[in-house]
Design a protein around this ligand. Structure first.
Ligand code: APR
Length: 245
């Protein structure tokens, strides 16, 4: 099957989307790029912190070696997020949750912008920067947008760490299983702003394809997932997604 390349949403694609019954949307860092949040790879600027590449400062090893440095990096990122707003891509995705008989948003993003745009139940595969987790008892605590983040676990007193999947770590139990289940059932899968390099998230479009779903990718660049897709919409999510309506 030849992937159709397009720079605009065609009436056929809009029709196909509007008649879908079970929609899965998978997003990556690119969906937040137009909000001013750096991506990790690809078209946007890549993140480096105090000379350390993001996959070093955001790693399980660094939590063991220097947890305060990890918190400094995540405190900085939450600070950046407090200066930005969700963009039209986040808002239109949120508007779809009540439009289709079945709709599931799966995101690799930990920035919380989907929730801020009104998405009620995103499956946050890689966790969220707006939660902290106890290193010992794994109790989770919300981090307020305004005000201090909790330092120690209010259940057992041990230290807290960001509740985000760090490099060298596996996904939290349950999140991927749920996403996998949805991928085997969906009839339309929209892949938005991901380089498709990080598994298991990048495996979801393939699962959906094997289950017979129609695949549409939105990205300014081709990715390893593009050949799987029925359509690759080359452009920015904030500009193209609203045109699917
Ligand atoms: N609209 C759509 N896509 C965009 C836009 C935009 N405005 N700007 C950039 N992109 C695309 C890039 O071309 C790239 O393919 O978004 C993708 C971002 O890729 P990555 O930075 O690799 O982000 P992601 O795929 O989400 O990374 C996966 O890797 O670093 C880990 O845990 C981290 O969740 C992250 C995971």
């Amino acid at each position: 099957m030849q992937t159709q390349l397009a720079t605009q949403v065609t009436p056929e694609l809009r029709e196909r989307f509007s008649t879908a019954k079970k929609v899965l949307v998978l997003t990556g860092a690119g969906v937040s790029a137009e909000s001013g949040v750096p991506t990790f790879r690809g078209g946007g600027t890549s993140a480096v912190w105090k000379g350390m590449p993001f996959d070093v400062i955001s790693s399980a090893q660094m939590v063991e070696r220097d947890l305060p440095a990890v918190w400094e990096w995540f405190d900085y990122r939450r600070g950046v997020l407090n200066q930005v707003e969700p963009n039209p891509a986040h808002y239109v995705i949120a508007s779809w949750q009540d439009r289709f008989p079945e709709f599931t948003l799966v995101t690799q993003n930990v920035d919380g912008l989907h929730r801020r745009a009104g998405s009620r139940n995103p499956i946050e595969l890689h966790g969220s920067m707006w939660h902290a987790r106890c290193i010992d008892c794994h109790a989770r605590f919300e981090i307020p947008r305004i005000g201090l983040r909790p330092n120690d676990c209010m259940s057992c007193g041990d230290r807290l760490r960001p509740d985000v999947v760090l490099f060298g770590e596996t996904l939290p139990p349950g999140a991927f299983e749920l996403a996998f289940e949805v991928a085997t059932q969906c009839d339309f899968c929209l892949v938005v702003g991901t380089s498709g390099l990080v598994y298991p998230a990048a495996g979801l479009p393939e699962i959906a394809k094997q289950a017979g779903a129609y695949l549409c990718e939105v990205n300014p660049e081709r990715t390893p997932l593009s050949d799987l897709c029925d359509v690759l919409l080359t452009g920015k999510a904030g500009e193209l997604l609203p045109r699917l309506n």
